[in-house]
Design a protein around this ligand. Structure first.
Ligand SMILES: [Zn+2]
Length: 253
């Protein structure tokens, strides 16, 4: 039986929340807002990280065949032959780049996809006296494995800890505009106890416009709301919403 579209008011009434639901703070009511559109690549790989590890076999079979060399399409922007990304990222990335040029900002891209070996090397290099810096995820847990993540830089700075990218015109512009093209700033210096992720002003991941816009909106209230925490919350809310639909909605129709 197909689900019928209901207005928020009707849904709240049917779900038993009624007046109480309408009086709840806006953020809460939006749990039951419109469906969020998630690109298939993001559905499959959007949670690669502490909770969803990816294997080299998965990378070989499901990621690599979809990779393109970004420099072939964006020669003035991409500085490395090794910057690869999933094809789905190309159009949004080009649109982002065009918009930045129109705004008088010229960022550069130096890194996209990484396989497990590359990540292992970067991870080892990031250690000081055997202790990982936190800026490089362990192999199997990096968003760069998915071909959806991109590292930006300005003409003057390379992306690394404390290089001040966040205060460059490029960093500032990306921070406030990338979400319009479906890119989320993944690491905001949050409190993920599994990853110990510090702030990374240069690292963005393509997640589609709906998720990116919602994450950006939430950041205005919770500046350190980390992407993974946000996604876990969204998934939990979706499940709650479906449970409510099953329990309440069907009973009334
Ligand atoms: Zn990165």
């Amino acid at each position: 039986m197909p689900k019928k579209e209901l207005s928020r008011r009707e849904f709240l009434k049917l779900s038993g929340l009624g007046l109480l639901g309408l009086m709840m703070p806006l953020g809460r009511i939006e749990l039951f807002g419109p469906e969020i559109e998630v690109p298939p690549e993001v559905k499959r790989w959007g949670m690669v990280g502490p909770d969803q590890k990816i294997t080299q076999k998965e990378i070989d079979e499901e990621i690599e065949p979809n990779l393109i060399k970004l420099i072939d399409y964006m020669p003035g922007v991409v500085i490395s032959d090794y910057a690869l990304a999933q094809e789905a990222v190309l159009d949004p990335l080009m649109a982002l780049s065009m918009a930045s040029l129109n705004a008088g900002v010229r960022f550069r891209i130096n890194c996209g996809f990484r396989d497990l070996d590359w990540q292992a090397q970067a991870y080892d290099k990031s250690k000081t006296n055997g202790v990982p810096s936190g800026y490089v995820a362990p192999p199997g847990q990096s968003q760069h494995h998915t071909g959806l993540a991109v590292d930006f830089q300005s003409y003057g700075t390379r992306p690394y800890e404390g290089n001040g990218f966040e205060s460059t015109p490029e960093g500032k512009w990306l921070d406030t505009n990338a979400h319009r093209f479906g890119f989320v700033r993944s690491f905001l210096g949050g409190v993920n106890q599994k990853l110990f992720t510090p702030e990374e002003s240069w690292h963005f991941m393509y997640v589609g416009e709906d998720i990116a816009a919602e994450h950006f909106r939430r950041r205005s209230m919770e500046p350190h709301l980390e992407y993974y925490e946000f996604m876990r919350e969204m998934q939990y809310m979706k499940k709650r919403q479906e449970d409510l639909w099953d329990k309440k909605y069907y009973r009334y129709t």
